[in-house]
Design a protein around this ligand. Structure first.
Ligand code: GLU
Length: 340
């Protein structure tokens, strides 16, 4: 049975792109009788906020889609450390004592002086309290290629020699995203990783970590980017509230109409139907229907909601039973000061 996870970082409000990742994971899990996991990626202490965490839960609550298991990465730091330690013990990682400020050289792949340091010297310097970053020892001696098959983007390969010796542990001792994410994917026995296309290039590093952990890499399905009408990646800074899920809620969208609209961004069922009930979506969802090109949300200054989202919303309202419609309207009527 598939085990999938939605892994938001609590560093902003629930973005429509994140909502789509959640919805696709949910649809895949429910279509295949799998397990849906919510994992809060909260190891970046400097960027996490409690307010963001609340807004993620608020957005998810409005969508009304459930999950079966829930974790917080910050409660699993010992597991991340354990994986880093085991990779280090296997000789597949090394300590890099280079001071952080000299780390950012353009085109940097690795620093031979650090990579080739003897274990004795490395242990001695670590024991003396010298700070270090733990780096993955990317195989470079043989022309090794890192490969994976993406359910959406197809065969992917990259020469290992072109991948930098990326960090597993920061100089603070905390895990990087790559380490924490893979350690949890291993531990939670994740079978399919469904996430945004912006993570496609990270996946080569993740495959190396999974191999070092003796874990068969999950199947990957990366989702096309959501973009604004001018082709720019949707961002809070540039596009404002239109990228926040709660904007749709506050404008009076039915949660399912929003889910229907969002799921058609980059995916379509074989028969190209547009209005689908929740049960119909679960029934027909598959990776084959996901396409590779960026999906555009059409909004303008004057009309912040894509015409299709408005049309789907009105169509769902029209086909609702009077009882369901009354239940949807009740809180709105009450909020306006009328009692029912
Ligand atoms: N926390 C990461 C993000 O929000 C998760 C990426 C992943 O699914 O591995 O982008």
């Amino acid at each position: 049975m598939p085990r999938v996870r939605f892994a938001p970082s609590p560093t902003g409000y629930l973005h429509v792109g994140s909502a789509r990742t959640f919805i696709f994971n949910w649809l895949y899990a429910r279509h295949n009788n799998g397990t849906m996991i919510l994992r809060i990626d909260d190891t970046d202490l400097e960027r996490n906020t409690e307010q963001s965490l609340q807004s993620i839960f608020e957005g998810l609550k409005w969508l009304g889609l459930d999950w079966d298991e829930q974790y917080r990465q910050s409660e699993r730091l010992d597991r991340h450390q354990a994986l880093a330690q085991s990779i280090f013990e296997k000789g597949l990682a090394y300590r890099d004592f280079t001071p952080a400020s000299s780390d950012s050289t353009v085109g940097w792949l690795f620093n031979p002086g650090q990579r080739e340091m003897s274990r004795e010297e490395s242990d001695r310097r670590a024991a003396a309290g010298e700070p270090f970053v733990l780096r993955f020892r990317v195989p470079r001696d043989t022309p090794e290629t890192v490969r994976f098959t993406d359910a959406v983007y197809g065969e992917q390969s990259k020469l290992a020699a072109d991948i930098e010796d990326f960090a597993l542990l920061r100089s603070t001792g905390g895990p990087t995203y790559h380490l924490a994410s893979c350690a949890d994917d291993v531990d939670l026995n994740i079978s399919h990783i469904i996430r945004g296309q912006d993570h496609l290039t990270n996946t080569f590093k993740h495959v190396l970590i999974f191999q070092a952990a003796d874990f068969t890499p999950p199947q990957f399905a990366h989702l096309p980017l959501l973009v604004a009408p001018d082709g720019a990646k949707l961002s809070k800074r540039k596009h404002g509230p239109v990228v926040s899920v709660t904007t749709y809620r506050d404008a009076g969208f039915l949660p399912h109409a929003f889910i229907n609209f969002i799921s058609l961004l980059g995916w379509s069922p074989k028969d190209d139907r547009e209005r689908l009930t929740r049960a119909e979506m679960v029934d027909v969802f598959s990776f084959e229907g996901i396409n590779r090109s960026n999906a555009v949300i059409n909004f303008t200054e004057e009309s912040p909601f894509d015409a299709k989202s408005v049309w789907l919303n009105s169509d769902h309202i029209r086909t609702m039973s009077a009882t369901d419609l009354a239940a949807e309207l009740k809180p709105i009527v009450e909020a306006a000061g009328f009692s029912s």
